[in-house]
Design a protein around this ligand. Structure first.
Ligand SMILES: [Zn+2]
Length: 481
């Protein structure tokens, strides 16, 4: 077996074992490594650079909408958690505690933050005195820890990286508008930048954030039909203001509690992106998020190598000036090895240039997604590459969208739901009366949980799929990561 063939063989086909495929790809593409601490991974440069691309794009969207970055402590005093009842109940099982430092027992043990509503609530109560201090719009880029029993790299790890936005407002309307604005920013980011179609909607009460009045989410479908919650935005009402005494003097000179929100996305988006776009060749990165958009591979005999490499450098300079993220591989590996390697790493476009192309004044462009090869006059390279990057970005979205649409069923009863999920794993639309008991029964009998109550539905259900009472909501159910 040739070396080229062997490399692809090391990736388990998706149809054979999707979970195995996922682990093979992230290891082979060198995105991460396991650390000696259970459930905690190391983001290697290839993986961390993807996160940096996401951060850069989101950070500019946050700033465009008036938010500023700050940083709050990693440790949270235990007493802070006791102040919001639902919050402590929700997070307590997952908290790691610091009880001792510098050889001494601490007077009050400190939690390592799972999220920062409590710490930020405490600080906001000092900073917010008057309506003139509002709105307060702050975001934090940080790590958080939730001690998970079952972990999966990027998708669920005990420590992960994220951003958490925390805002405080004068009125309920303003805070609700902020909650929806941030949800829309996430939707746009995930759909346009990551080419992942999502279902936008509201979480049911049993699935909402601990301490929130309302939680909204965007839900994406992986290639095995499972759901990943890709981002959440919470309207907190005055729950945290009351717990942390965030009061201000309003325009009528009255003391009033501020209305707050929080919203976050994390490194699990990396996992989602791999599971939505990857295939049996490996990773497939949408051009906008790909740290390397174009890989240049010089081809041909050693005696012509210098001339070819020089031309490649010249073409690369042009591409860089056009804003394209381009790299060249001049290593002594065979061209076949390089083709496989960069396909496996998900680089959207490959450029090949050999002595014969030089004579003809052309270059070869190959797409990671369609596999299509084009011969392009060198002077048209920049234009062609920019167009092709756009096309690939759209094509990846369209592929993911038609996959999601073809794995979406609509049912009237729980038996129909079971049958639908047995036939093919995916999302299921059904009516729900609003009772927690019915929601629980769906989970018990089918393994699927409510993903969200979609903001936009084409079809409204009349009856609950379990008890057949009138449906209060039409809900999307699915098995999830
Ligand atoms: Zn019911």
């Amino acid at each position: 077996m040739s070396k080229d063939k062997k490399m692809v063989k090391e990736i388990t086909p998706q149809q054979e074992d999707f979970s195995r495929w996922y682990i093979d790809v992230i290891k082979k593409a060198d995105l991460m490594d396991y650390s000696p601490v259970r459930g905690c991974i190391v983001f290697k440069p290839e993986g961390y650079e993807i996160w940096e691309m996401m951060q850069k794009e989101l950070d500019s969207k946050f700033k465009e909408t008036g938010h500023r970055n700050a940083y709050f402590p990693l440790f949270i005093p235990e007493s802070f958690f006791q102040k919001e009842k639902e919050h402590v109940e929700g997070f307590n099982p997952e908290l790691p505690w610091v009880t001792e430092a510098a050889g001494e027992q601490l007077e009050e043990r400190l939690a390592i933050r799972p999220t920062s509503e409590t710490m930020i609530g405490h600080m906001y109560s000092k900073w917010i005195q008057s309506y003139r201090d509002l709105p307060l719009l702050i975001n934090q880029w940080s790590n958080v820890v939730r001690w998970e029993k079952r972990t999966l790299p990027f998708l669920r790890t005990s420590e992960f990286l994220w951003q958490e936005g925390h805002t405080a407002h004068e009125t309920e309307e303003e805070a609700k508008a902020e909650t929806m604005q941030m949800l829309e920013i996430y939707r746009e980011f995930v759909e346009d930048f990551l080419s992942i179609p999502v279902i936008v909607g509201q979480k049911t009460p049993s699935e909402k954030f601990a301490g929130a009045v309302e939680t909204f989410s965007i839900e994406a479908m992986m290639k095995d039909g499972k759901a990943v919650q890709a981002g959440t935005s919470h309207y907190l009402g005055t729950n945290f203001s009351k717990a942390f005494d965030i009061q201000y003097l309003n325009r009528d000179n009255q003391q009033q509690y501020a209305y707050t929100t929080s919203w976050g996305v994390s490194t699990r988006m990396i996992g989602a992106m791999i599971m939505v776009h990857g295939d049996d060749k490996g990773l497939a990165l949408p051009p906008k998020v790909a740290p390397t958009q174009v890989i240049v591979i010089p081809i041909g005999p050693a005696k012509k190598r210098e001339e070819v490499t020089e031309k490649c450098m010249e073409l690369m300079d042009g591409l860089k000036q056009a804003g394209v993220r381009v790299r060249m591989d001049t290593s002594d590996q065979s061209p076949g090895w390089k083709f496989n390697e960069y396909e496996m790493r998900g680089v959207p476009i490959r450029i090949e240039l050999g002595p014969r192309d030089m004579e003809k004044g052309q270059v070869v462009l190959a797409s990671r997604i369609s596999g299509e090869k084009k011969f392009i006059p060198q002077e048209q390279l920049n234009k062609e590459v920019l167009n092709m990057l756009d096309d690939i970005q759209k094509q990846m979205y369209d592929n993911a969208k038609s996959f999601m649409d073809s794995h979406f069923s609509s049912v009237e009863t729980i038996d129909e739901m079971k049958a639908a999920l047995e036939k093919q794993r995916g999302f299921v639309l059904a009516g729900w009366c609003g009772s927690e008991a019915c929601e629980h029964q769906v989970k018990e009998e089918t393994g699927a949980t409510s993903r969200n109550i979609p903001t936009v539905v084409t079809e409204h259900k009349g009856k609950c799929l379990v008890c057949e009472e009138p449906a209060k909501h039409t809900v999307v159910f699915g098995k999830s990561y």
